[in-house]
Design a protein around this ligand. Sequence first.
Ligand code: C2E
Ligand code: MG
Ligand code: MG
Length: 268
Amino acid sequence: LTKPFDVDELEARLRHALDRQEFLLHYQPKADLATGRVTGVEALLRWQPPGDGLIGPDQFIPALEETGLIVGVGGWVLREACGQMRRWQQDGMRPLQLAVNLSARQLRQPGLVELVAQALAETGLEAHRLEVELTESMLIDDSELVQEALTGLADMGVRIAIDDFGTGHSSLRYLKRFQVDTLKIDRSFVMGTPGDADDSAITAAVIALGQGLGLNVVAEGVETDAQLAFLQARQCHEWQGYLLSRAIGPDAFLRWLSAREASPGSAS
Ligand code: C2E
Ligand code: MG
Ligand code: MG
């Protein structure tokens, strides 16, 4: 925000933001480390209040969580992102994977599974194309509601990723309890590779853990060729980060992907 809001003003403005269509999604690609091929995108929420710049989620997600507005906004994110996948396909883009972040509140929202099913049905997106990203702390919650939601999503064919892996209340038990498909290594570790010995050891260990458990491992926040080489040498599966692309709007993403796939030798 250009000028700092107090909490009440922020909440008051957020209360109308959905109705006033002030939210939008940007998309950040991820790619296969072995082939260089783009595998999918992560939908990332942005807020554009009138007269302000584009605001990133770290500045307003906590307020959305606190007020419960995240449930409505999160539902919009799901429908909008699934709808975008269809619009891209109509524009001739090949099918990609879509990752959507879920908040703690959404996971405990009764009817989440139906909400996701409806978003898929309305847009014709196949369930296996969708991956929901959850954080570790959300899975520490042993409630029936969370268990049911995750089982329901997995049974539908929706994939489940653990975001920011290694930074939460790490408990490896939930990797057995829930049908997790993907680990996303937090960018705070990835950014320390290869120079920092601890970050490198943690990153390598998470890759090995994922491989051992048969999970897909995605490295977040890759900014340098040296980081990419480190991940490649350890056979991490996918990568995401500014070195590939920042999160960009849907039209820009379509152009970016077409240009990348048209130019020879750009695959990695
Ligand atoms: P996240 O899910 O871990 O998303 C990755 C964040 O890292 C994004 O920030 C992305 O722009 C940033 N990033 C990606 N590559 C790099 C890189 O190479 N270097 C650096 N420094 N940063 C990189 P963003 O878009 O600001 O999102 C922040 C967080 O907000 C997300 O973290 C996610 O937890 C949350 N969020 C975003 N959209 C949604 C949403 O629709 N719903 C919910 N519940 N949370 C969301
Ligand atoms: Mg994420
Ligand atoms: Mg993350």
